[in-house]
Design a protein around this ligand. Structure first.
Ligand code: RFL
Length: 385
């Protein structure tokens, strides 16, 4: 089994296959330190944590990770809290920086004797529609290498080569531009008490913990703005305004990037003996914190299906892989879009007019007035099933 890419999808799949006794090699284009330090997601949903526990990886992955409790919506500077775990019977998600998950998955895989090859250049896939696909690449010393395998898992993200190895026209693609941009800021400032989404006439802003001494901030902006338009003093001024907090602590900005809110899905998520996993098959906006969790869901679905195919000769779950994953993908795309539209339209009325602004505010209000609406939201936010 060849796994292309050592992100959350590839490393989770590698660990689950290792536990299943299925041989695999992981090929990663980047260096180990690059992969271990790449900061992105920060929420591990309840279902994903339970999955690691069920596979006997709970201690290795979850030790010392804080749980996600209240969620704050700050509307025109006024805090409103949703007790997400209480709404779903005490089940909660975990505040886990993606790079910590990646580091732990690498340690666990290698401690178990796993074969992770970083700095693998020019990976190319051949015969993916035959019985024995062949993988070619150049190793860290520049030597050309190749091996044959039974299956290939394309876990190489949106820009990877796996999806591009599928013949033109074999996959249907869906793309969607949500028409929103964010400035994303990582800073050495105390984490907020609770993950915080702020809605106001000044535009959307958010603050999420990334460990005890760092925060990730998001600020709505014009999708075509360049990062030079957002020097540090503008960032802090706008955050104080939008979060309604004149005393918001200012710290060193360690990274800034501009992100366009876009979605992407391919159907089916497989071709021949190639299976696309995680961002290689679908991209979701960061709103709602579901991208990494979808990658983990795909990885587990594929691990179970491969185990059944390889060890029991039962290919039914492998045939159903794409349909199983796409059901969850579309469900989460809908959740992410719902929340994105709601918090952006409820703010600056120049976005979509005062009528839609009031509709979005009514949707937000319903979360605090209707236990049924709050529970439906909490089920998705915590990712309980
Ligand atoms: P990754 O993490 O992109 O890993 C793919 C790996 O493949 C390697 N690679 C190759 N290797 C070999 N040969 C090639 N030709 C290769 N091409 C690429 C890459 O170097 C990399 O190591 O994909 P994966 O594993 O599917 O994981 C997906 C998640 O990383 C992604 O969905 C999340 O980061 C999305 N996301 C969030 N998800 C959440 O669940 N919660 C969040 O709060 C959250 N916040 C975010 C996010 C993504 C963000 N970005 C990317 C804009 C916040 C941000 C800012």
């Amino acid at each position: 089994m060849a796994i292309i890419g050592a992100g959350p999808a590839g490393l989770t799949l590698a660990n689950l296959l290792q536990r299943s006794g299925v041989d695999c090699v992981v090929l990663e284009r980047r260096s180990r330190s690059y992969v271990e330090q790449r900061q992105r997601a920060g929420v591990l949903e309840h279902r994903a944590a339970r999955m690691f526990q069920e596979w006997g990886l709970g201690d290795q992955v979850l030790a010392g990770v804080p749980v996600d409790g209240l969620l704050e919506f700050r509307i025109d500077g006024v805090p409103r809290h949703l007790d997400v775990p209480a709404l779903v019977g005490g089940r909660h998600s975990w505040l886990m920086p993606q790079q910590l998950l990646v580091r732990r998955l690498i340690v666990t895989f290698e401690t178990g004797g796993g074969d992770l090859r970083t700095d693998a250049e020019g990976v190319a896939l051949h015969d993916i529609d035959g019985d024995r696909p062949v993988v070619r690449y150049h190793d860290a010393a520049g030597r050309s290498r190749e091996f044959a395998c039974d299956y290939v898992a394309g876990c190489d993200g949106f820009l990877g080569l796996s999806r591009r190895s599928v013949p033109e026209g074999a996959l249907r693609t869906y793309t969607y531009d949500h028409g929103v941009g964010w400035v994303t800021v990582l800073a050495d400032t105390p984490a907020p008490r609770h993950p915080l989404l702020a809605v106001s006439e000044y535009g959307y802003a958010a603050q999420f913990p990334r460990g005890p001494h760092a925060s990730r901030y998001y600020l709505e902006c014009d999708p075509d703005e360049a990062s030079v338009a957002w020097p540090d003093d503008r960032i802090w001024k706008q955050l104080r305004l939008r979060l309604g907090d004149d005393d918001l602590p200012i710290g060193e900005v360690t990274a800034t990037s501009m992100v366009k809110m876009r979605s992407f899905v391919v159907d089916p998520m497989s071709y021949g003996r190639l299976f696309l996993v995680g961002d290689a098959a679908h991209v979701i906006t960061p709103m709602g914190g579901k991208g990494m969790n979808l990658a983990l869901f795909d990885a587990e679905t594929l691990a179970r299906a491969l185990r059944a195919a390889v060890q029991d000769g039962d290919g039914a779950a492998l045939s159903a892989y794409s349909a199983t994953c796409l059901r969850r993908t579309w469900d989460y795309q809908e959740f992410s879009r719902w929340l994105l539209e709601t918090v952006h339209e409820a703010g600056d009325a120049s976005r979509c007019g005062p009528f839609r602004r009031e509709l979005a505010r009514a949707r937000l209000e319903r979360l605090f007035e209707s236990p049924a609406a709050a529970t439906a939201f909490a089920v998705l936010r915590a990712g309980v099933d």
